[in-house]
Design a protein around this ligand. Structure first.
Ligand code: HEM
Ligand SMILES: *[C@@H]1O[C@H](CO)[C@@H](O)[C@H](O)[C@H]1NC(C)=O
Ligand SMILES: *[C@@H]1O[C@H](CO)[C@@H](O)[C@H](O)[C@H]1NC(C)=O
Ligand SMILES: *[C@@H]1O[C@H](CO)[C@@H](O)[C@H](O)[C@H]1NC(C)=O
Ligand SMILES: *[C@@H]1O[C@H](CO)[C@@H](O)[C@H](O)[C@H]1NC(C)=O
Ligand SMILES: *[C@@H]1O[C@H](CO)[C@@H](O)[C@H](O)[C@H]1NC(C)=O
Ligand SMILES: *[C@@H]1O[C@H](CO)[C@@H](O)[C@H](O)[C@H]1NC(C)=O
Length: 529
């Protein structure tokens, strides 16, 4: 990247340096969704599994439990993995497999529809399925499972390899073995899964009596243990004590009592260990789920573990105002896990944003105190607070070389220009063509191949999950701008037949003076032309 293109933001307060994850990252959206679970900046996933016992957001009938459904969905998607061929695994192929008896019920489609809102160019449906299971398990009091991203969505169904309760023990041992889990691990994974939720009478009439169906429990859910909404070892303690209520262990139909056969497959050794030690149960479940969620086709390269960054910009915007100054807006997020961080009152936390000038020097005037956002935020992983950048005006000519180092480099050569960017309305709310405007520096060398990559969702036959497509349109220089340093570029394009599911984002890029500059992940253009 051209050195004169960067504005460097320095945050002056104590913070631990992060390992490998560097902002900006393609996984910023997933990191945000992972980190912020409520209040300001909330991505919204956790709201559907908080509390763990129900499904607070729209649609699901009473008695249905989104947290349990997401964990089952993740397992059923992952269970197509074949450790010998390296094919299948967690790849969102579940969307094409919902009509199989193996995947009976509304859980799969309802989950995929909910997940659509978190799917984007940089967050595949398969990544969202994995993330949802991790957040659900944590929200239910379970272990902290490391999250890696980079899964790739399949475009067709996988093999029919999800175990069913009427199968015998040797079939189940064989299924888990081809998914890479031995007998001990099979017992573990089934126990860890069946600590949440239960069996629905409407879908498994040969396993659960129809008398379970009542007005307050229309799907007739019968839970696996006495704490269906707590990720604890009761599934094991009840089994060992002989007080199990698990319909797949002590149900009226011995044929479908697969849990009983599996739990006893090693003479109850694993179940006894789980029952004796709740911490051992949590740790084993964490390790097994991690492997299950990271069972991906061997061609997929997963990212490093994504953990909350201690300091992270959020929704930063750099825009050219009518006075020719660039204005920086947005937020800085502060995350911590220490007791000190938990006790901190955001209004009393001094957060100073400083930036470097033309020559890489700081200046007392290049500094501002940030104001805590009044609405609080929550995280499943620690404490999190947002601080607002009260629009800093900077003359663009001060952007001169800066040699990097610690800080948050801001690219200011290619900027999205929201003012004037718009989507036409063809009437009745039907969107027409979109016009995107960009500002590109004119003093850093020749500008070639400026373009906009617009990424949106289309339906894919056979799955309720949507698929991302990207339309690339070249941009043309249309005029100068209020600043002598920037020219205005424009592109008008049709988005094609799209759904209203999922996130729309777009990138604007150009080669300027031989270097490529990208303004990535801009939000959908809603402004009407
Ligand atoms: C031999 C292996 C397994 C069999 C035969 C089996 C079978 C079943 C059946 C029949 C149900 C009831 C589904 C419904 O009524 O919607 C169920 C629910 C569930 N299963 Fe499994 N399962 C197995 C392994 C696993 C594993 C390994 C996990 C997770 C790691 C898991 C997670 C769940 C969860 C969370 C539910 C509750 C869903 C809800 O309450 O909506 N299962 N399982
Ligand atoms: C399964 O693998 C684990 C971990 O390698 C090991 O501790 C356990 O003994 C194995 N169980 C069986 C039945 O081979
Ligand atoms: C038990 O389940 C099996 C397999 O689903 C089924 O064939 C059988 O009829 C069921 N038995 C009873 C008593 O419902
Ligand atoms: C395993 O535990 C179950 C439930 O407590 C019990 O019925 C069964 O006899 C045990 N099996 C063995 C081999 O210990
Ligand atoms: C700091 O910035 C101010 C205002 O831009 C400028 O007048 C002053 O000369 C700068 N000081 C240094 C040491 O660069
Ligand atoms: C899930 O959605 C797909 C696509 O709309 C549909 O074909 C399928 O029948 C649905 N499955 C269930 C179980 O409702
Ligand atoms: C929309 O843009 C396409 C090119 O992407 C063009 O062919 C079409 O004429 C435009 N439609 C309108 C109504 O401007």
């Amino acid at each position: 990247m051209h050195p004169s293109s960067r504005l460097l933001l320095l945050l002056l307060f104590a913070c631990t340096a992060t390992a490998t994850y560097v902002w900006p990252s393609p996984y910023d959206f997933l990191e945000d969704a992972y980190t912020v679970s409520g209040g300001f900046g909330d991505g919204g996933i956790v709201d559907e599994v908080n509390p763990c016992s129900s499904s607070p957001i729209g649609g699901r009938k009473p008695g249905r439990q989104a947290a349990a459904e997401w964990v089952r969905a993740a397992y059923h998607d992952s269970a197509t993995f074949d450790v010998n061929t390296g094919l299948g695994g967690l790849d969102a192929s579940i969307g094409f497999e919902t009509n199989r008896p193996q995947n009976i019920g509304s859980a799969m489609n309802d989950s995929l529809v909910f997940f659509g809102a978190f799917q984007s160019k940089t967050s595949s449906m398969a990544d969202v399925i994995a993330l949802s299971a991790i957040l659900a398990i944590k929200s239910c009091g379970g272990p902290s499972i490391p999250f890696r991203a980079g899964r790739i969505d399949a475009e067709s169904a996988g093999p029919e390899t999800v175990p069913e309760p009427q199968q015998d023990l040797s079939s189940h041992i064989a299924s888990f073995e081809s998914q890479g889990f031995n007998v001990t691990e099979m017992i573990g994974l089934v126990t860890c899964g069946h600590t949440l939720g239960g069996v629905h009478a409407v879908d498994f009439p040969l396993t659960v009596p129809q008398t379970a169906i009542t007005e307050s429990n229309p799907d007739g859910v019968v839970h696996f243990d006495d704490s269906f909404d707590s990720f604890d070892n009761h599934i094991a303690t009840q089994w060992v004590a002989g007080t199990s209520v698990d319909p797949l262990a002590v149900g009226f139909n011995t044929t479908t009592n697969s849990d009983a056969r599996i739990f006893a497959a090693d003479k109850n050794e694993t179940m006894q260990a789980f029952a004796a030690d709740p911490d051992f149960f949590q740790v084993q479940c964490g390790l097994l789920f991690e492997r299950m969620l990271n069972s991906v086709p061997s061609t997929v390269q997963l990212s490093d573990v994504i953990e909350p960054l201690p300091v992270k910009p959020f929704e930063l915007t750099l825009t050219l105002g009518t006075d020719g100054h660039l204005t920086l807006g947005g937020y800085i997020r502060i995350f911590g896990t220490s007791d000190e961080a938990k006790a901190a009152i955001p209004a009393n936390m001094p957060v100073t944003l400083s930036w470097k000038d033309a020559h890489g020097n700081t200046n007392a005037t290049y500094s501002t105190e940030l104001v805590a956002v009044s609405q609080s935020s929550t995280s499943l992983w620690g404490s999190v607070h947002f601080f607002e950048i009260n629009t800093i005006a900077i003359h663009p000519s001060v952007f001169l070389p800066n040699n990097g180092g610690l800080g948050f480099p801001l690219q200011s050569v290619v900027l999205f220009q929201p003012d004037g960017s718009c989507t036409a309305n063809l009437g009745n709310g039907i969107p027409g063509n979109t016009t995107a405007l960009a500002l590109i520096r004119n003093d850093l060398g020749s500008v070639t191949t400026p373009y906009v990559d617009y990424t949106y969702n289309v339906n894919q036959p056979g799955s309720i999950a949507v698929k991302q497509v990207t339309t690339r349109t070249e941009m043309q220089r249309v005029s100068g701008s209020v600043s002598p340093l920037y020219d205005t570029y424009s592109a008008t394009f049709a988005k094609g037949p799209m759904t209203d599911e999922g996130r729309i984002t777009f990138d604007i890029a150009a080669v300027v003076g031989g270097n490529t500059f990208i303004s990535p992940n801009n939000p959908e253009i809603f402004t009407q032309c």
